[in-house]
Design a protein around this ligand. Structure first.
Ligand code: ADP
Ligand code: MG
Length: 446
């Protein structure tokens, strides 16, 4: 879609069309302009008169614009002044989004709560008094803020005017560097490895993310062990993160594990509801989203476990909000909106929805066994659950009725068609529709 081309075509059309008075065109309409923002076309007027004049032909003109744009776009008539003030909002929003995309892993953007306060405080201390706790070992499950904290440490070191040289990277990069050196066949490997080790020693602070990926690779392990020891000896700060407690890291040299333990190990836990609530509020504010109190509480209660999941939900809401009404972002978003937002959200947050997943969730919902669901029993409760599962596999995964039948002991597609029809009929009942929504949500979250 090119704004200049659309406008050129539109003007040509206006000049030759018999629905527009040529003298009016010359006086007013040749001054119109056209802008594209956020996938919408804005036809802009200098003042009210031409806008009013064209309003009687609005549909006609919008259709022409769609034709010239070669797309079924929304077309909006607007005064230039109005557009300019609205575009500011869109631009602000776009900038905000960019800021979020280039994630700012700083301490200021990290919400401290019971679940992560030890890791947060220890990270802060490392910057204040490097070497005091050496190494600092941050561990915990995925999505709980380890990478964020590690980068916040690097950032804050960088901001302090202390001339310290910082190296912060994922362990996979560290490994790549070693492997590259080992593959360098033209030179003497031994010298090269020594050079590599020396290159690390130029740094004052070494921050390595996801140390578990260095396990089970003897050469990398050995070089890392060397570098690590040198750092500790010279009282230079090391911070490591891992998904496991040092003792549980298999594939590492025993001596290394005991060294990991010699400093301070801190765990990040799953956030409690209050911390999650604060994270939701913070992330929503960052995206310029106004969420109702009830919705914030709902998200904090329902999406426990992983901050990354929460970010996924917020992004989803943000996307929906932008699509829906980017010019008016003052509307408060509530739980009902969330249900609509998630309605056609067929991707599970952490991966793919599979027919088996659907069967498992439905079976659990009705308190029966997946085997029973797949089997032949005609007990009404089980048959009903089977119909629900068939319907959802058809509906959520876009499977044909023949395909759906295959997931249920190779039943005929006509059985699936009849199941779909039964469920569709039942969905006319509000309570049952709500129950189906609930099951869908469970599938998406599980
Ligand atoms: P991990 O490295 O533990 O797998 P990350 O540090 O990558 O997790 O965190 C996942 C996402 O969640 C990141 O975008 C991060 O900014 C965010 N996040 C995690 N914990 C918090 C928190 N307490 N406050 C704000 N954002 C957080
Ligand atoms: Mg990480």
């Amino acid at each position: 879609m090119n704004a200049d081309n659309i406008l050129k075509n539109l003007k040509n059309w206006m000049q030759t069309s018999d629905i527009i008075d040529p003298s009016f065109y010359n006086d007013y309409l040749n001054k119109i302009s056209l802008k594209i923002a956020d996938n919408k076309v804005y036809l802009l007027f200098k003042n009210e008169l031409p806008k009013l004049y064209l309003s009687s032909e609005e549909k006609n003109i919008k259709d022409m614009i769609k034709k010239f744009a070669n797309a079924d776009v929304s077309v909006i008539f607007m005064l230039e002044t109005e557009f300019n003030s609205n575009i500011k909002i869109i631009k602000e929003k776009e900038t905000k989004k960019k800021q979020i995309k280039n994630k700012d892993y700083s301490f200021t953007n990290f919400i401290k709560g019971k679940s992560n306060s030890a890791a947060y405080d220890a990270s802060k201390t490392v910057v204040k008094n490097p070497g005091q706790w050496n190494p600092l070992f941050i561990y915990g499950n995925s999505g709980l803020g380890k990478t964020h904290l590690l980068n916040a440490i690097a950032k804050e070191f960088g901001e302090n005017d202390n001339n310290l040289k910082i190296k912060c990277y994922p362990s996979t990069e560290f490994r790549k560097e070693i492997i590259r050196t080992l593959q360098n066949k033209d030179k003497k490997i031994f010298d090269e490895i020594e050079k590599l080790k020396d290159s690390f020693l130029e740094y004052d602070v070494l921050l390595i993310d996801d140390i578990q990926f260095l396990a089970k690779n003897e050469k990398t392990n050995e070089i890392f062990f060397n570098v690590f020891n040198k750092f500790i000896e010279e009282e230079k700060q090391i911070v490591l993160t891992s998904d496991k407690f040092p003792e549980n890291l298999s594939g590492f040299d025993k001596r290394l594990i005991s060294r990991f333990n010699s400093g301070l190990s801190v765990k990040v836990d799953e956030p409690d509801e209050e911390t999650l609530y604060n994270i939701v509020s913070f992330k929503a504010e960052n995206s310029n989203l106004r969420l109702s109190e009830a919705l914030k509480k709902h998200i904090a209660a329902e999406y426990k476990g992983d901050v990354r999941k929460i970010e996924g939900i917020i992004n989803r809401i943000d996307f929906w909000n932008i699509q829906k009404n980017n010019l008016d972002n003052n509307n408060e978003i509530d739980i009902e909106d969330l249900l609509i937002i998630l309605e056609d959200y067929t991707m599970k947050i952490n991966g793919e929805i599979t027919p088996l997943k659907i069967k498992e969730v439905v079976a659990e919902h009705y308190g029966i066994d997946v085997k029973a669901l797949e089997g032949q029993t005609r007990i009404s409760k089980i048959a009903h659950a089977r119909h629900v599962a068939m319907f959802l596999i058809h509906d959520m995964l876009n499977k044909t009725t023949t395909e759906v039948g295959l997931f249920f002991s190779n039943r005929d597609h006509t059985t699936v068609i009849s199941a779909n029809k039964k469920i569709q009929d039942k969905m006319k009942n509000k309570a049952f529709k709500a129950e189906m929504n609930k099951i869908k949500q469970k599938i998406k979250k599980s």
